[in-house]
Design a protein around this ligand. Structure first.
Ligand SMILES: *Cc1c(COP(=O)(O)O)cnc(C)c1O
Length: 424
């Protein structure tokens, strides 16, 4: 038996990894004749080899079929968005009718708030985390103003109450209880982008609904990272993007979930468009909007087919691996990274992500001891030697080993590179 934190042990784990073949399905960026060590799947996932073929297929249909491409063959564009809904539903634990790939994340967040943020004078408040991703904060503030309310009164932000800037469930519970009767909507992340903290979606949903508030999740850092059970957890809505852990390319078409209980509710306001009209009568081009039943009914436009194509290639790989197996490997990878950092780099890096694996996904957010200048120097050094993480001001490097294409030996590349720099 080799030492658990030895390179030999990491190599043995890689050799016996049941998911090891999946790495070969991705294009790994090069560095000085070798491969980069890429830990930025939380920001832009790597390109699946199948993505180019999926895009080429659409280009070919356009070339040879032109407008007939809308109606010809198994990948006809008329129902193209539906080609991904079964596999996507698997990834997020939903019914296929509850998910749709459309628009981009910020757009979907607005569209969902149009339907699920219905402020009244008695209940005007949106509750969210302080330090949310800026677009979420901007969208919430804009929605409050759009309804004629004042964010100073109607936006409640829950402050971090734990030492590393994370938020306890008790703090969320207290905030929901304190504002309960005035809460219209709770909007919460699945995984916090800066700290990497994962939240208990079921507990938060239960707390919000018990107060009569709607609940929506931003799952940008959760989808493809943690197993999700959206149908069972039963928030009103969720939104996410597909270019992070879902590997579908820069600016990829995003996703949305709308729980089944809302699918036939015609009293919900929505910003309608013709692609959300029921398919059977869409091309009768009548003036009256009749929504499709399900998440598809929230679509506006005919989708960007070229933008959707890479998602199909990525979802094939998620189906092949399965979220449960990916989570098992992710726990082992991130656990090993954590142990390596604690044992070999305690004087260089300190983790701000929770230690409890139930409260995190792939990502470890590592604060560089010694401040911003030292942190930037380390980050630039890592980039120069082909080890890619990403930087969050003022002093945090995020490292996200993803189970689809990262290896145990990659963790040693990272720790060795930091160690060599710190000794130098
Ligand atoms: C990545 C991310 C976004 C990005 O929004 P886009 O509309 O895709 O540009 C929004 N919110 C969160 C929490 C994110 O992590």
């Amino acid at each position: 038996m080799s030492e658990p934190l030895s390179r030999a042990h990491a190599l043995a784990l890689d050799a016996n990894d049941p998911l090891r073949d999946l790495r070969g399905e991705f294009l790994i960026p090069r560095h000085e004749g070798g491969e980069q060590t890429y830990f930025v799947g939380n920001s832009l996932g790597l390109q699946p080899r199948g993505a180019q073929a999926a895009v080429q297929e659409v280009m070919g249909q356009w070339a040879t079929l032109a407008v007939e491409g809308h109606f010809t063959g198994p990948t006809q564009w008329l129902g193209y968005h539906r080609l991904v809904s079964g596999q996507l539903a698997q990834v997020v634990g939903a019914l296929p009718s509850e998910v749709v790939a459309m628009n981009t994340l910020s757009v979907n967040l607005h569209l969902m708030m149009v339907s699920f943020y219905r402020p009244t004078a008695q209940r005007p408040v949106i509750l969210m985390e302080a330090g949310a991703f800026p677009t979420d904060r901007h969208a919430v503030e804009a929605q409050i103003r759009f309804h004629g309310f004042d964010p100073a009164d109607c936006l409640v932000e829950v402050q971090p109450d734990e030492a590393e800037g994370t938020i306890s469930l008790q703090a969320i519970e207290q905030a929901i209880a304190r504002h309960g009767a005035r809460l219209a909507l709770v909007l919460w992340p699945g995984v916090q982008y800066r700290t990497g903290q994962a939240f208990d979606l079921q507990a938060i949903t239960t707390l919000a609904r018990a107060q009569g508030a709607n609940i929506g999740f931003d799952l940008a850092h959760s989808v493809g990272n943690l197993p999700l059970q959206l149908h069972e957890v039963a928030p009103d809505f969720a939104v996410w993007c597909h270019y992070k852990y879902l590997n579908s390319g820069p600016g990829a078409v995003a996703g949305a979930f709308i729980h089944e209980r809302h699918h036939r509710d015609t009293t919900l306001p929505r910003f309608a468009g013709w692609w959300g009209h029921e398919e059977a009568t869409r091309f009768q081009m009548a003036p009256q909007f009749v929504p499709s039943v399900g998440a598809e009914g929230w679509q506006l436009s005919n989708p960007p087919i070229l933008g959707l194509a890479p998602l199909r290639a990525s979802l094939d790989l998620f189906e092949r691996a399965g979220m449960a197996a990916l989570r098992d490997k992710s726990l082992a990878l991130t656990g090993m990274l954590d142990a390596l950092v604690q044992s070999r780099l305690p004087h260089v890096l300190e983790r701000i992500t929770p230690a409890d694996s139930e409260r995190r996904g792939c990502q470890l957010s590592l604060r560089v001891i010694g401040g911003r200048e030292r942190g930037r120097a380390l980050f630039e050094h890592l980039r120069a030697v082909g080890v890619l993480g990403d930087w969050r001001e003022p002093d945090v490097i995020r490292i996200s080993p993803t189970p689809l294409y990262n290896r145990y030996q990659d963790l040693h590349h990272f720790v060795d590179a930091v160690d060599a720099w710190a000794r130098h």
